[in-house]
Design a binder for this molecule. Structure first.
Ligand code: GLV
Ligand code: MN
Ligand code: MN
Length: 408
């Protein structure tokens, strides 16, 4: 049993046009009109494939194919939202490979003991609404539904209102359900598989992640008449913090990564001293204890920068996901599937967060990675070769069928 590569490619092309950018990438922010159009297209395909489709109160879309017995389903899935000027593979590839796996079970008239299904999670990226992975977080009971609804984008628009506006505030409760397993195919988003010329990554787990937000408040004043000696410039303090964040990995060593990805400056005009600067800080490491150490260094760096410039600040470490090891049985099923295909594979740790990280807290979970060209993602240049995708999708299909139990 194998997937239909041509059909998968056609689906990738069609979905990839929804929110396509001039540079050949994708801007399909969570709960935008583009997200709604992508969801509508996917639901149409899921219904054509005979799935029973439901939408929960977080807008997560769940489709299920009947099993031979009334058992908990094996779920596959990922997300269909993207970052701004992102790529056409992050998230959507996992959703489409899940759909293709289900279509392939039908092509080959395979019956399984457990039902097999797919989930499309809401707001995985955390680009528009923070934090990331909100749909799976609520499903896993890690973030209350009301808190998720109250997340606001840059313009102050509420997530709950946007869900309603695009018609995806569904009736089903968003709760942990009994799942036999959850499987997610995703691009690696790093360089390892490509460098080693290996098409399939058997993901053993995901690193620990921490997100913080910092607001620095200085004194907004005129850029001309205000002498340097009396200034309290929020952006100058921000610059020192950014430098300090960059120094954290140098001081700690090992695999830790640290990023300031967002900077909002007010009033953001040429002739005023910035009175306010907002920053995001993203820290990741395979070990939770290392992140604790990094957060201590961050606290120190912010305190020092604020003192040097005479500004006040609020620093909030508002989101934390621990290192997540995947389930041995699921990892084993994925590895066995790759082995049976005769393609190269290796075990790998994910440096990116995925819905699988929250799903792992409620059911046996694992992931399949495929290579990213140049290791690049969250950019328009994101690309994975179709030969690699085919190996990955077949691995997903065979692992799901084996966990669901084929009925001969
Ligand atoms: C999700 O894209 C993440 O931030 O890892
Ligand atoms: Mn993703
Ligand atoms: Mn992403």
């Amino acid at each position: 049993m194998r997937i239909n590569r041509k059909r998968l490619q056609e689906s990738m092309d069609a979905l990839g046009r929804v929110g396509e950018t001039r540079g050949g990438g994708l801007t399909r922010l969570a709960l935008s009109d583009e997200d709604r159009r992508g969801r509508d297209l996917l639901i149409g395909w899921m219904r054509e494939a005979g799935l029973s489709v439901s939408v929960d109160r977080m807008g997560n879309i769940v489709g299920q194919r009947a099993g031979a017995e009334g058992l908990p389903p094996v779920m596959m899935g990922s997300h269909a939202d993207s970052v701004p000027t992102g790529g056409k593979y992050d998230g959507q590839l996992g959703v489409l490979c899940a759909l293709e796996a289900i279509r392939s079970l039908d092509d080959h008239r395979v019956r399984t003991r457990h039902p097999v299904g797919m989930i499309i999670f809401t707001n995985e990226e955390g680009a528009r609404f923070q934090p990331a992975m909100l749909g799976s977080a609520v499903m896993a009971g890690k973030i209350p539904l009301e808190d998720a609804y109250n997340a606001r984008d840059r313009d102050g628009v509420r997530l709950g209102d946007e869900l309603e506006r695009i018609g995806y505030l569904g009736p089903e409760p968003c709760l942990p359900r009994p799942f036999r397993a959850y499987l997610e195919l995703h691009i690696e988003q790093g360089p390892v598989l490509e460098e080693e010329r290996i098409p399939v990554g058997v993901v053993e787990g995901i690193v620990a992640i921490s997100w913080s937000r910092l607001v620095l408040r200085g004194v907004q004043d005129h850029a001309g008449p205000t002498p340097m000696r009396i200034r309290h410039d929020a952006l100058v303090a921000a610059a020192e913090v950014i430098r300090g964040v960059r120094d954290i990995p140098r001081r700690i060593g090992g695999d830790i990564v640290a990023t300031v990805g967002r900077l909002d400056v007010a009033p953001n005009i040429p002739n005023a001293i910035p009175g306010r600067a907002g920053l995001s800080i993203d820290l990741r490491d395979p070990e939770d204890a290392t992140l604790d150490r990094a957060l201590g260094l961050l606290d120190r760096a912010v305190k020092d920068a604020a003192r040097h410039e005479g500004v006040s600040y609020e620093l909030e470490h508002y989101w934390r996901v621990p290192r997540t090891p995947f389930h041995l049985e699921v990892v084993g099923a994925i590895e066995a599937a790759a082995r049976s295909l005769g393609c190269g594979y290796r075990r790998i740790l994910s440096g990116a967060g995925h819905d699988a990280q929250y799903m792992a807290t409620i059911c046996p979970t694992g992931m399949v990675f495929v290579p990213s060209r140049g290791g690049r993602s969250h950019c328009e240049e994101e690309f994975t070769a179709m030969d690699d995708i085919e190996h990955g999708a077949n691995t997903l299909l065979l692992a799901a069928a084996s966990l669901a139990g084929r009925v001969e």
